[in-house]
Write a protein that binds this ligand. Structure first.
Ligand code: ATP
Ligand code: MG
Length: 255
């Protein structure tokens, strides 16, 4: 595995019953880059991301992280690996019985020995970053979908993980907040140079912040490269997909 590779996915297969969702995924995600995974709804993007933290097990294939194939690990060893990750799930997945601040603070309480005062300070700071100052003592049930998403984002970033997985970080957000979140992701990534893997249908926004774009189609990665190169792809499926997005400078479509 190259030393600039953070995650290497080799021939990954996953079926649900008779449905082939992942059909031989090969992808190398580089350290310190934002890699955006695009593809049609129901195409297996979330399933792929759940494999990266071993919430789903493949039928076949390997996922290498820091020299270890995590598909072979036991649950206890996986917990060690998972400490390296921050994850925002598509549905935000907050703990409903905990208030906002406790949700955001959770990774710090789990994985660090920081004093309580410092934990609260950091959690409040992250809430401020996502525009939710003053909401720390609300319960998730009192928040809108977009607010929950932002709490999930604050939680994913709080313990400064090496690899950050975002599943649809800007869906369910209004355009202004969406831009704020994109800027936050970009700034945070530039500051700490961690590895980000983002799934998003916000193609325009993601092409602005991505270092690399990977397109999933029929259970395989059919295109991978810089946004500029992916825009110029000769692959018909990629062209068809991008045609619908109205990306400036996209020449494969109608323009
Ligand atoms: N736990 C599961 N059991 C059975 N089928 C599943 C499971 N999880 C996902 N699937 C199926 O796998 C396929 C891919 O789902 P996935 O959620 O990965 O799509 P996606 O690309 O993330 O779509 P979207 O863009 O709409 O979020 C879907 O047909 C879905 O029904
Ligand atoms: Mg999904």
């Amino acid at each position: 595995m190259d030393k600039d590779t953070a995650i290497k996915i080799v021939d990954l297969y996953k079926n649900f019953g008779s449905q082939n969702v992942l059909n031989g995924i090969n992808l190398e995600i580089k350290h310190g880059e934002i890699t955006v995974i695009i593809g049609k709804s129901g195409g297996g993007k979330s399933v792929l991301m759940k494999h990266l933290i071993s919430l789903l097990k493949p039928d076949m294939g390997e996922i290498w992280i820091d020299g270890v194939d995590i598909t072979k690990l036991k649950e206890r060893e996986l917990n060690e690996v998972r400490k390296k990750f921050g994850m925002l799930f598509q549905e935000a997945a907050l703990f409903d019985s905990m208030n906002v601040i406790d949700n955001v603070a959770f990774p710090l309480r789990e994985h660090t020995k920081l004093p309580e005062k410092e934990i609260i300070r950091l959690a409040e700071e992250k809430l401020k970053n996502v525009g939710l100052s003053g909401f720390g003592y609300k319960m998730p049930s009192e928040l809108s979908g977009g607010m929950k998403k932002r709490v999930g984002l604050a939680r994913a970033l709080i313990n400064d993980p090496d690899i950050i997985l975002f599943d649809e970080p800007t869906s369910a957000l209004d355009p202004i907040i969406s831009l704020t979140i994109l800027d936050l992701i970009k700034e945070t990534q530039e500051r700490f140079k961690k590895t980000y893997v983002i799934i998003s249908h916000d193609i325009l926004g993601m092409f602005r912040i991505a270092h690399k774009v990977a397109m999933l189609y029929n259970g395989k990665i059919i295109e991978y490269g810089t946004p500029e190169n992916v825009k110029k792809s000769e692959n018909e499926e990629v062209k068809e997909f991008l045609k619908a997005t109205g990306i400036p400078g996209f020449v494969g479509g109608v323009l």
